[in-house]
Each structure stands twice: as C-alpha cells, then as structure tokens.
Design a protein around this ligand. Structure first.
Ligand SMILES: Cc1ncc(COP(=O)(O)O)c(C=O)c1O
Length: 401
C-alpha cells in the first residue's frame, strides 16, 4: 500500500519531527543526552508511589479500575482547585479539567479554539511540542522576541497592533512565564500585570503553561498569570511534580470554557487514567507532592550549578548562557558562525553528547541556528559536567578551525 496517498493534509503541516530525530540520535547507549526534558529519576518517590498505588487498589477495589468522569475525579479536581486557590487563582472544582498530560491539554485547547489559518502568538523561542501541536491545527504564528526577563512587551504591542490593523485576529497567546522551555528564564514580575493588560485591552485570551512554576530553587516567588486574571487559561502537568509516566495534567479556567473543553475531551480519550488520578489525589492530600518538590529543587539547583560551571570553563568566551533559577533548561547563544543544527550529528558521533539545536524552538526554522538548549535535569554529577565540557570544547574547536 502506498500510504502517502492516504495521509490527511494536516500531516504535511506537522513537518519534520525534532523529537524523533533526538530519539534516533540518542538511541546509542554511550550517548549522554542533554536533549530531552526528562525529570531526574532521583526525584521520584518510588517507595511512596508503591505504597500509595497498593493502597489505591486495595482500598478502592474495582472502582479504581473502571472509567471515570470526563472532567476528572471530583476529589482530585477539588484538590487541584485548592492548590490553584492557594497560588492566588480562586478556583472551584468546576474550573478544573483533568487531562492526559500537558500536551494533551494544549491539544484540547486547540480543538476548542483554533480554526485553520488562525494566528497563535508565541514568545520566541518557545516549547517545540506546543509549536508542533498548534501547527497541526493549521495555526499561523506571531512570534514575539524575548530577553532574559521574558517576552518583550514593546515588541508585543507593536506586532499585535500591526496584525490587528491588517484585519487578522490572533486566537490566543501561549506563554510559559516561569522557567521557560527552552530558555529557563522567567517573565519579570513587573511585566506580568502589564502583559495581562495588553492582551485584555485587545480581547486576546492568554494560555499560560505553568509546567515548571513549582520548581523554583532560587530567587523570589512570582505570582502566575492566572492569579492576576481568572480569565487566563492555566495549563499544568503532573509530569514535573510527580512523574511523567502518570500521564496526567490539568486545565484551570473559567467554568464555561471548561465545559466546552470537556466536550472535546470526550472525543480525545473520554477520561484520563482513573487509577492514576486516585494516586495523584493521594499524593496531593498527603503532602507527597510537596515532599517530592523539595527533593527536586535541591537536585536541579545542583545540576544547574554544574552546568554553569562547566559552561564557564569550556565554552567559547563569546557564548552566553542563561542562568535559570528553576526548572530544567539552560539556553546557550553561540557565535553566529556556529550552526548548531548542522553540527548536531557530528557532535553526537564524535563527543557522544546530544542537545537540541535552537531552531526547533522557533516557528521559522532559519532562526536560532547558533543556539542550543541543554536539559540539565536528567543527567547528574561528573557525567553532566563532563558532557557540558565536551560540548564546549567541541564548539571551541570549530571556532579555532
Ligand atoms: C512547557 C511544557 N509544557 C508542557 C509539557 C507537557 O508535558 P506532559 O505532556 O508530559 O505533561 C512540557 C514537557 O516537557 C513542557 O516543557
């Protein structure tokens, strides 16, 4: 069968999958991958997970094995509503929808809001899988530049007004305000309210991705955008605060929207894992999420320090690295003449180290070709330091050649 004759148009919109390339390049066991944003296995509460999982099946019996409500199990929705309320976004359980992870949450939002050809505003660089999801719904992009304090508001206002003046309306603004993927940076506190004001004045919904917001290991607490304005649609995931194998996330937003998203979810997966939701609810209620977060923050601070140290000692002096105060990622700007995308296969071959080339995080693939994202989350200790050092020396050798 020639399957290419049968593919839907949307497949051609998805283009080339960086994720598949990364997995292929790093499938050799000797390759140290700083490519994927994987949590540290040392952060998991394995024993507690085993105990709680056994108690879920023992206490609830067959009720833990059946389908659940599309919106999610009521006790878990309540626990998440309490969590969001504590963070400053006063919420009831009707404003929470459980999802099968963060990416599925973004997919649902697209399903409910996006028509093919609609514009989505993104900060650039931005999360590559989100760009891929938006693209699969036929989105066009309005990319807004960022600096170390997050998205540049002057550029945002100018570009938004240009787009609106040309008769086109962006559907929503997708933003990761804290420990952004890929830059590791945070949107400055004084920019947060202003950003909400700019979008509100033009009637543009904000979709906030809070995947890393609980992983601050340095600096001062910042309110998320949902706590500034309850109309902000907040997406989050258990992947970084418990474990990604759970495949659970949630959306917190106005109840009218949650109802529509639940309608879309019926055709997506009907409901998210019931046994997983019972486990997540116990983790939240017993303070195990907080316990794991304390452990995770200490781990990621150490990994960040090792990465920055090895960067300073080995990368070409013209390079610039972000200094994240939380999360998983360090973003590095290299001299213009270094094409990180083209060099990736060579560096994997010769140094046995992998990263993600910067252009994957832009909607225009000609951008970011001298940048890289290093995920310092998964690899630890001397292995991490050595991997960053090897990369630095490799790039230095390319400059000297
Ligand atoms: C910014 C951001 N949002 C969402 C996710 C979604 O994760 P998951 O689908 O595992 O919940 C990730 C994972 O890397 C992420 O980096």
């Amino acid at each position: 069968m020639d399957w290419s004759k049968h593919y839907a148009e949307r497949l051609s919109l998805m283009g080339h999958s960086e994720v598949a390339q990364i997995l292929e390049l790093t499938s050799r066991p000797e390759v140290i991958s700083l490519a994927g944003g994987l949590p540290s296995p040392d952060s998991f509460l394995l024993e507690e997970t085993q105990e709680e999982a056994i108690s879920v099946f023992r206490d609830l019996g067959s009720a833990s094995l059946g389908y659940g409500p599309t919106e999610g199990l009521p006790p878990l929705r309540e626990a998440l509503a309490e969590r969001m309320t504590l963070k400053g976004r006063s919420s009831g359980k009707g404003e929470i929808l459980l999802t099968t992870g963060g990416i599925a949450a973004l997919d649902l939002i697209c399903k409910a809001l996006l028509e093919s050809g609609d514009f989505v505003i993104i900060e650039e660089p931005s999360y590559l899988a989100a760009i891929q999801v938006f693209r699969s719904y036929g989105a066009q992009f309005l990319g807004i530049p960022t600096d170390q304090d997050g998205v540049c508001l002057d550029a945002l206002e100018v570009r938004l007004d240009e787009l609106i003046a040309s008769g086109r309306r962006p559907k929503f603004f997708y933003i990761i305000p804290s420990f952004q993927n890929p830059s590791g940076n945070c949107l400055a506190t004084e920019r947060r309210e202003k950003l909400v004001g700019i979008c509100n004045a033009r009637g543009i919904p904000i979709v906030e991705d809070g995947a890393y917001e609980d992983l601050r290991f340095e600096g001062e607490f910042q309110s998320n955008l949902a706590s500034i304005d309850p109309e902000v649609v907040h997406v989050n995931t258990f992947s970084k605060i418990m474990h990604p194998g759970l495949r659970l996330g949630w959306i917190n937003g106005p109840d009218v929207l949650i109802e529509k998203l639940a309608l879309c979810k019926q055709g997506q997966d009907q409901c998210s894992s019931t046994s997983g939701q019972h486990l997540a609810e116990r983790f939240l209620r017993k303070g195990l999420v907080e316990q794991q977060l304390r452990k995770s923050r200490a781990i990621y601070r150490e990994h960040r320090d090792l990465t920055i140290e090895a960067f300073k000692e080995n990368f070409p002096k013209e390079s610039l690295a972000s200094r994240p105060q939380g999360g998983f990622y360090c973003w590095i700007d290299l001299p213009e003449e270094i094409n990180t995308v083209r060099l990736l296969p060579e560096v994997v071959e010769s140094e046995n180290v992998a990263y993600v080339g910067g252009s994957a995080f832009y909607h225009d693939r000609d951008m970011g070709t001298n940048q890289i994202r290093l995920a310092y989350s998964f690899v630890s200790g001397d292995k991490l330091k050595d991997a960053v050092a090897r990369l630095g020396r490799f790039f230095q050798s390319k400059l000297s050649a």
